[in-house]
Design a protein. Sequence first.
Length: 347
Amino acid sequence: MPYQLCILGCGTMGVAILSGVLDNLSFPNSAHDQNPNANNAGETGPSTPMGSLILDPSNPDSLPDRFIATVNRSESAKKLRRTFRDHGPLGSTVQVVQSDHNTTSVASSSVILLCCKPQMASSLLQATGMYKALQGKLLISILAGTTISQYREWVPKSCTVVRAMPNTPSKIREGMTVLSSLSPSDPETPKNRDILLALFTPLGRCRFMDEKVDFISLPRRYLSLQLTHSLSSLGNQHFDAVTAVCGSGPAFVCLVLEAIADGGVMMGLPRSEALELAAQTMQGAARMVLQTGMHPAALKDSVTTPGGCTIAGLLALEDGRVRSTVARCIQATALHAAGLGQSAVNK
C-alpha cells in the first residue's frame, strides 16, 4: 500500500526533491518549468539513460501518498508550509514539524530521506528512540562523504540504507541522481528498487552505481563521434566524485553562466538579456551532448572556424587555464566531501 515519506532535515535539497515529487504526483505529464518552446526543441520533459530505469506505473505501492518534513526552527516550518502549498493539491497535505518530532516522524513513516548536514548524522540517527523507529525502514541518505558502512554502525540491521546523490535541478524535474547499489540477496530489493525509481526517475536522469547503462541510443551517423565508454558502471569508491560533479556541479555551472553573462554586459547587453542568452545557450549545448552522444570537444570544434571569433575566445580561456581550474575544482570538492564524512564520525 502507499506509504508515508519522511524528509529528515528538510533543507535546500530536501525541498528540491520533495517539490519535484509533489509536482510529479500532481502533474505527471508536465515539467515544472513550462517552456513554450520546449516541444520545438524536441524535449518534452525529463529524460533517463536508455535501458536504465524502467518503472511499472501500475504499482502504486512504490509512490508515497503522505509526507512529513522535519526542520530545526519554527520560522523554517512556516516557510516550508508556504512553499509546499505552491506544488499542487498534495502540497498542502505535507506535515512540517520541528526536529523534536524527528523520532515520531520516522516511526510513522516507511521511507526516510535523510537531508541533514553530514556533521549531524551521527547524533540525529542515534537519538533516543531512533534505533527502534528505524527498524524495517528504507533510509535514503543524500549526505556527502558519509558511507554506508558508517550508517550501519548507527542503524538497526533491518534498516536498508541507500546513498543517493541528487542535485537542485530536481526541483524542476531536470536533476541528475546517482544511487548506491542494492544487495541482490536482500528479498526487499525489488520493492526498494521500485520505490527509489518512483521517487527519483521523474526528477530527471537517474542511475544506480553498479548498473551498466547506455549513455544514449545513437543514430549511426554519430557513432564515430560518440562519447567513449558509454556502457559503464560505477563503484562506491566513486561517490565523492559523483558528489562533486552532480551534487555541487550546479553551483559551478551557474558561476560559468554568470561569467558569460557578465561578458555580454561588458559588451553592452542588458543584464536580463545577457542572462537569458547565456542560460539558453548553456542548456542547449548540454542537451546536444545528452541527445546526440557527441563528445563536447566535437561539438566545440563544430562551432570553431579557422580565423573566427570562437577560436579567439577559446584561446583566451586556455590562456586563463579555465579547463584545468574547473577540473581542479572538482578534485577539491570531492576531497572535501570525503572529509565531511570523516567529520561525521568524529562528532
